[in-house]
Design a protein around this ligand. Structure first.
Ligand SMILES: Nc1ncnc2c1ncn2[C@@H]1O[C@H](COP(=O)(O)OP(=O)(O)OP(=O)(O)O)[C@@H](O)[C@H]1O
Ligand SMILES: [Mg+2]
Length: 554
């Protein structure tokens, strides 16, 4: 296998990566580094956690002229956390060239700080599309002399509706620059973008590139919507690992679930796009340092995030599409380490499992919700470990004397004292649990029909009409609307009234009494990869029907 030096990298860079502990280049690095060094445009596809960042960062760093103050490289990333992380990676790879300036530019951070950084001269700018555009419009960022532009997680930027923003940024760059796109997944839309903006690109796809990573053990659990929390707490009790990321569908669900986990004694916090940026960064840092063990996140954390401690990914809510699944579980099992992914599947999501398995490219084993017996056995193990580890405590001998004294004075056996202390150390909580979480019954053929009848009987009048916008130039069909919404909100086909597809938006008749939870889930729907804008057009409002029309720019 070739070393980094054989790829054409300079000795100073080779020694930096050696210091970071990189022994051999990963397959994507082996192919993309020489291609980028020769100036070619690149579409790079490789599994999650296989070092795509260094694959573009190292050749870029080598080509930068630190004596010029121009911005020579621009990297776009879909989320703020990722922009920051990629920026940190660049900085660590640039250790041998301290005069080289790398600047993160993303929303939620003060403009002043960014502007003074840009004024001083940033050779590499790493940012999210929204904030980069703001700086272009204010005239505080000049990319007219750019040599290279990278779109990290290119497909996600299109999914998030950033296509126009990306094109707007590209329009400000010189014609003869190098462009590279990287991701672990490349749906067809990205091919079109590549065709339009890349000159004769080299397509690099490492073997099994778009599949889920080989180093993650994948399992799924059949669980009813009702029992997800119980199932999760049992999983938390029996799995051994370090840190965990739990993916849920909505921002509100991140808060609710994190709170529930905290009340059960776990160090858990929510991560979603509505939180203040400082809070978001604190949360990711706390996970890195071990101050937190569980992050409950929306898909804002699905892409790119590289936290070594994450040993488990739980898909508490099934992802929107198979690509999201591949990226979510890729938060563990990185850089050759092993990881575990567990997917919760409710009965009506069963058919999505097959689709996910197909794209993921690997079998997902079924596991059952841990039984009371399994949980109790783990508790007994942990109890034994606690005893052993506390025997090494510096206070052990002092307490031992006290216990001895108590035993003589009160004439009780040591074992009774030990048991009494164990009760105290568990706060008097019930140590053993009983009963099992019921697994959902698989739907019997006739059952669905019967349950449907009362709903079907409801009069059709009094429905509400919802307006859906999926972005112009995006063709949708009634079947796509029903498919996506039925899936997302758990609606039945019979819930849908008339569907009128228009040029600007689509009107859908739905029951007037959509519960809050269903509405929120619907509002998070994607139709063929694009987030929709859902709002009430006419009729009795479901609660909180208004929603911002565009995903928040970062
Ligand atoms: N050649 C190498 N040897 C060892 N470790 C490496 C090497 N290259 C990168 N790494 C480490 O591997 C981890 C994952 O790298 P990176 O975040 O670039 O993956 P990625 O391919 O971009 O994944 P994702 O698709 O999830 O964004 C990082 O912690 C990085 O430091
Ligand atoms: Mg990455």
């Amino acid at each position: 296998m070739a070393g980094f030096a054989e790829l054409g990298l300079e000795p100073s860079i080779v020694s930096v990566v050696a210091d970071l502990g990189y022994e051999t280049p990963t397959p994507i690095q082996e192919s993309a580094i020489p291609a980028l060094l020769t100036g070619r445009d690149v579409v790079g596809l490789a599994q999650t956690g296989t070092g795509k960042t260094a694959a573009f960062a190292l050749p870029i760093l080598q080509k930068i002229d630190p004596s010029s103050r121009q911005t020579q490289a621009l990297v776009l990333a879909p989320t703020r956390e990722l922009a920051l992380q990629v920026c940190e990676a660049f900085t660590s790879y640039a250790a041998s060239t301290p005069q080289l300036q790398v600047l993160p530019v993303y929303g939620g951070q003060s403009y002043q700080f960014q502007i003074s950084g840009l004024k001083r001269g940033a050779h590499v700018v790493v940012g999210t599309p929204g904030r980069i555009i703001d700086h272009l419009e204010r005239g505080t960022l000049d990319i007219a002399h750019l040599d290279v532009m990278v779109l990290d997680e290119a497909d996600e930027m299109l999914n998030m509706g950033f296509a126009e923003d990306v094109e707007r940024i590209l329009a400000d760059t010189p014609e003869y620059k190098q462009v590279a796109l990287f991701s672990a997944t490349m749906p067809p839309a990205i091919r079109r973008l590549a065709k339009k903006y890349l000159h004769d690109p080299i397509d690099i796809a490492t073997p099994q590139a778009t599949q889920s990573t080989t180093s993650v053990r994948q399992r799924w659990i059949a669980v009813s919507h009702h029992h997800k929390l119980d199932a999760l707490t049992r999983v938390l009790e029996v799995e051994t690992g370090d840190a965990m990321i739990v993916f849920v569908r909505t921002k509100q669900a991140t808060e609710e679930l994190a709170e529930r986990l905290r009340s059960r004694g776990y160090q858990a916090a929510a991560l979603n796009g509505d939180l203040a940026q400082q809070q978001r960064e604190r949360t990711v840092n706390a996970l890195k340092t071990g101050a937190l063990d569980i992050i409950v996140a929306t898909d804002v954390a699905a892409r790119g995030l590289d936290v070594e401690r994450i040993s488990h990914v739980v898909n508490y809510d099934i992802p929107h599409d198979s690509e999201a699944y591949v990226h979510r579980i890729g938060r563990t099992g990185r850089a050759g380490r092993q990881g575990d992914a567990i997917l919760f599947v409710t009965p009506r999501e069963r058919r999505m499992l097959g689709a996910i398995e197909k794209v993921s490219g690997r079998p997902i084993e079924e596991m059952s919700i841990p039984t009371a017996e399994e949980v109790n056995a783990r508790r007994v193990d942990k109890f034994a470990q606690e005893i052993t580890s506390n025997m090494g405590s510096p206070q052990f001998h002092a307490f031992r004397k006290l216990v001895e004294q108590y035993a003589t004075e009160n004439d009780v056996e040591m074992i009774d004292i030990a048991a009494a202390l164990a009760v105290k150390s568990h706060d008097g909580d019930e140590f053993f649990i009983s009963g099992d979480v019921p697994s959902p019954a698989r739907r019997e053929p006739g059952e669905r029909r019967e349950r449907r009848e009362p709903r079907d009987a409801r009069p059709r009048d009094g429905r509400s009409i919802y307006r859906i916008a999926v972005g112009k130039r995006h063709k949708i069909t009634p079947a796509m609307v029903v498919g996506a919404l039925a899936n997302e909100g758990g609606l039945r086909r019979s819930d849908f009234g008339k569907i009128t597809i228009g040029a600007e938006h689509t009107l859908v008749e739905l029951p007037p009494d959509l519960p809050d939870e269903v509405f929120r889930a619907l509002a998070d729907t994607r139709i063929s990869g694009r987030r929709i804008d859902l709002r009430l057009d006419r009729g009795r409002p479901a609660s909180r029907p208004q929603r911002k029309s565009k995903p928040k720019r970062s």
